[in-house]
Design a protein around this ligand. Structure first.
Ligand code: TYM
Length: 360
C-alpha cells in the first residue's frame, strides 16, 4: 500500500495541481512517521530536499515524527568509507535537517548508530527475509552491477532499513520515489514476521510528494539526481550548500532541447525537471508556471529557477553555518534525540525478542 502520485515516476515527477489533494494530506493526524537519510558522498542535494526533507518540515506539527541520520547504511561499500569523514558528514546532515526547519523540540532526531537496537533487530529480520526478495531490489541490482566485489551488507541493506522503520511502530514513511520499493519490502517482511510469530509489527506505507518525487540530474535528465554522481560530476546536482556562483553554472548549463516548449505535458525531460523545480519552490500552480514561461526561451526559465533556488537556499545556508559553529551543541541535541529514540525502540525490540523466544 503506497500513497503515490501515479505519474510520480516520470522525469521531474508530475506537476502538482493545487486543486488536487496531495497524497501527503491522506496521512491521518498524529500518525507515527519515520524517515532518514544516508551520510554518504557529502551533504544533501535538492532531490533530497524536495523528495523528502521539505515535506518532513511542512508536516511536523501534524505528525508524530522520528527522523534519523542512517550512518550504519553508509558502511555497505567499505572501500568508500573514510571514518573521520563519515563522522563529520553524519553531524553535517543532522545540522542540515535543522537548518531546513526540522525542530528537535517537535520531532525526535537522532543518529542510527547511537542505538544498538537497529543492528540487533536487523539480525532477527534477516532470518525471516527470503534471499529472493533482496535480489529483486533494483537499487541492489544497480549497485552490484557497478562493482566487482559485493559485500553481504549491500544485499541486506533494505533489512536494516526495515528495522529502522518497524522499531518505531511506523505508519507512514515520507520518501522520494526511489525508496518506495524498499518500503514495500519492509511491509512484506513485517507481514511475514507477524504470520510466523504472531502480531508484532505495525505495517507501514510510503508517502511520496505529489511533485518532485524524483528530481532528475541537471546534466542528464534521464537519471535521478544522485549524491554519488554529484561527487564525480560538477553540474549534475543542486547541492544545498552550493554557492550562488556554483548554482548559476549548474542551472544555466542544465540540459534542455532546441525548442521553446514550456508546457509540463509536452516539455522534454530536462525542461520538465526545471519547470517542476520552479513550480515547487515558487509554490505556484501548473497554470501559473505555464503562463509565466509561455513563448519564452529556456534562458528565462533557467534564470527564474536560479533565482528561486538561491532565495530558498540562502537562509538555509546561513542557519547551517551558525549550527556548524557549535558542534558540541549539535552533539547534545543528538544525544537527547538518541535517548528519546531508545525509549521508543527498546520496547519494540523486547516484543520482537519475546515473540521469537530469545533474550533474558
Ligand atoms: P537517501 O539517503 O539516498 O535519500 C534520502 C531521501 O531523499 C530522497 N531522494 C530523492 N527524492 C527525489 N528526487 C531525487 N533525485 C532523490 N534522491 C534522493 C530519497 O527517496 C530519500 O527519501 N535507504 C534510504 C535511507 C534510509 C531510510 C530508512 C529512509 C535508511 N533507512 C528508513 C526511510 C526510512 C536512502 O538511501 O535514502
Amino acid at each position: 500500500m503506497t500513497s503515490t502520485d501515479p505519474t510520480a515516476g516520470s522525469p521531474g515527477g508530475s506537476p502538482a495541481n493545487a486543486s488536487v489533494a496531495a497524497p501527503d494530506e491522506t496521512v491521518p493526524p498524529r500518525a507515527r512517521v519515520f524517515s532518514g537519510m544516508k551520510p554518504t558522498d557529502g551533504v544533501l542535494h535538492l532531490g533530497n530536499y524536495l523528495g523528502a526533507l521539505r515535506g518532513w518540515v511542512a508536516h511536523q506539527d501534524e505528525r508524530d515524527s522520528v527522523f534519523c541520520v542512517v550512518d550504519l547504511h553508509a558502511l555497505t561499500i567499505p572501500e568508500a568509507v573514510d571514518p573521520a569523514e563519515l563522522r563529520s558528514t553524519t553531524r553535517a546532515i543532522a545540522a542540515l535537517y535543522f537548518a531546513c526547519g526540522l525542530d528537535p523540540e517537535r520531532n525526535v532526531v537522532f543518529v542510527q548508530s547511537h542505538l544498538t537496537e537497529h543492528a540487533e533487530c536487523t539480525w532477527i529480520l534477516n532470518c525471516v527475509t527470503p534471499l529472493g526478495w533482496l535480489h529483486r531490489m533494483t537499487q541492489f541490482k544497480a549497485q552490484a552491477e557497478a562493482r566487482e566485489s559485493v559485500g553481504s551488507g549491500l544485499l541486506t541493506y533494505p533489512v536494516l532499513q526495515a528495522a529502522d522503520i518497524l522499531l518505531y511502530d511506523t505508519e507512514v514513511v515520507p520518501v522520494g520515489e526511489d525508496q518506495v520499493q524498499h518500503i514495500e519490502l519492509t511491509r512484506d517482511i513485517a507481514v511475514r514476521f507477524n504470520r510466523l510469530f504472531g502480531d508484532t509489527f505495525v505495517l507501514p506505507r510510503a508517502v511520496v510528494p505529489k511533485a518532485a518525487a524524483r528530481v532528475m540530474g541537471l546534466d542528464d535528465p534521464l537519471a535521478k539526481m544522485s549524491k554519488s554522481i554529484a561527487a564525480e560530476r560538477a553540474g549534475h546536482a543542486i547541492g544545498l550548500l552550493d554557492s550562488p556562483a556554483v548554482l548559476k553554472k549548474a542551472i544555466m548549463s542544465a540540459v534542455t532541447d532546441s525548442g521553446r516548449e514550456t508546457r509540463f505535458e509536452h516539455a522534454s525531460p530536462g525542461v520538465r525537471n526545471l519547470l517542476t523545480i520552479y513550480q515547487v519552490l515558487a509554490d505556484a500552480k501548473v497554470e501559473q508556471v505555464e503562463e509565466r514561461f509561455a513563448g519564452e526561451g529556456y534562458g528565462t526559465l533557467k534564470k527564474a529557477v536560479l533565482e528561486v533556488v538561491v532565495e530558498t537556499l540562502t537562509p538555509i545556508q546561513a542557519r547551517d553555518a551558525e549550527l556548524m559553529r557549535d558542534p558540541a551543541e549539535l552533539d547534545a541535541i543528538l544525544a537527547r534525540g538518541a535517548e528519546q529514540a531508545r525509549a521508543m525502540a527498546a520496547p519494540t525490540l523486547a516484543r520482537v525478542k519475546a515473540a521469537v523466544g530469545v533474550g533474558a
